[in-house]
Design a protein around this ligand. Structure first.
Ligand code: UDP
Length: 324
């Protein structure tokens, strides 16, 4: 049995990570500034603690790092609308929060498992992306890139602490995670945004012509990869793509959701400029090369988009029906 600190542990991915760790017999403390709704079911285990606080609070972070063997750092602001509207909050939480944790983990020799993002590679057109592919971003006056830059800087810090201070670390890059318990409907990423419209019978807004692609990765597959990597000694010092490698355009996604939920909503189109203004740039294609994680720990995404969408829709449908 090991003890884990999971920052963002009451969030979408975090709640599944905590659940799988508890099921594996481990001790878990979730640190989250949000409510404990998604992890209430774990309290009965007797091996789960919840601390409602921010990763920016130094003494809390230090105490919790000291009390645990491994830190899985998931807490972040990861919502494209917020990159554009609140770049200062995005940078502060993602940079300052991570630096505090890294510093303490390094001093105490604790394993640091960092949630980075496929976004670090920006708009590199040479898909599929291996972990060491080049980064291609727009300029810093385009707010969209603040998230990518912050996450990439923390990746640099992981390698630097690893090289100079012997920090044991693992970097994980997520690719468009979706599923039950994800963002509130209508917020965050494309799937919860589309789903709110589908469930409320309103037109679904496709940005651009909908030909831009993503690889949508089911949340339970993602959380399993996080836990497997956090427990693996072979993964130390490395970066891993965690994703499905099925490329889906946004238009195909809308159609797949229509089919999975039996919806008949109208699709309408708006340009990115109309939706986000000038401080946004879209990414045309985003596809991981997932050979490394398969080779090192034997993980691959197993949930099809169709099954994952069905489970997601089944989860959210009663919430909208009850008006919650
Ligand atoms: N998108 C869309 N309609 C929406 C929300 C998002 O067409 O209501 C598009 C968005 O412009 C992007 C893709 O869906 O091209 C994925 O966006 P998301 O916000 O999920 O995150 P990203 O993958 O860009 O980080």
């Amino acid at each position: 049995m090991k003890s884990f600190l999971v920052t963002g542990g009451a969030g979408s991915i975090g709640s599944y990570v905590c659940e799988y760790l508890i099921a594996g017999g481990h001790q878990v403390t979730a640190l989250d500034n949000g409510p404990s709704l998604k992890v209430e079911h774990l309290f009965d285990s007797g091996r789960f603690k919840f601390v409602q606080d921010s990763v920016l609070v130094k003494d809390v972070v230090e105490r919790l790092v000291d009390q645990n063997d491994v830190v899985i750092h998931l807490a972040a602001i990861a919502d494209p609308k917020r990159y554009v509207n609140e770049p200062l909050n995005v940078l502060n939480v993602n940079l300052k929060g991570s630096l505090g944790l890294l510093d303490r983990c390094s001093r105490q020799g604790k394993r640091f498992v960092f949630a980075s993002t496929s976004e670090v590679l920006g708009k590199n057109p040479h898909v599929p992306w291996k972990e060491d592919a080049d980064r291609l971003l727009g300029p810093p006056n385009i707010n969209r890139w603040c998230y990518s830059t912050g996450k990439a800087l923390i990746e640099h810090y992981c390698y630097a602490y690893g090289q100079q201070e012997e920090l044991p670390f693992v970097i994980m890059r997520f690719f468009n995670v979706y599923g039950p318990r994800c963002d509130d409907l209508g917020q965050g990423r494309v799937i919860p945004i589309f789903l709110e419209k589908f469930l409320k019978g309103q037109p679904v807004v496709v940005h651009g012509d909908g030909s831009q692609t993503r690889c949508f990765t089911y949340i339970e597959d993602t959380a399993q990869a996080v836990v497997d990597l956090a427990l693996s000694d072979k993964a130390l010092g490395m970066c891993f793509n965690i994703g499905s490698d099925r490329e889906t355009s946004i238009l195909e996604l809308a159609q797949a959701m229509k089919k999975a939920g039996g919806f008949s909503n109208e699709l309408i189109y708006q340009t990115h400029l109309e939706v986000f203004g000038k401080s946004y740039e879209d990414i045309p294609r985003r596809i991981p090369d997932v050979s490394r994680i398969k080779d090192v720990i034997g993980w691959q995404a197993t949930t099809s988009l169709e099954d994952g969408l069905k489970k997601t829709i089944d989860f959210y449908r009663p919430i909208v029906r009850s008006g919650a």
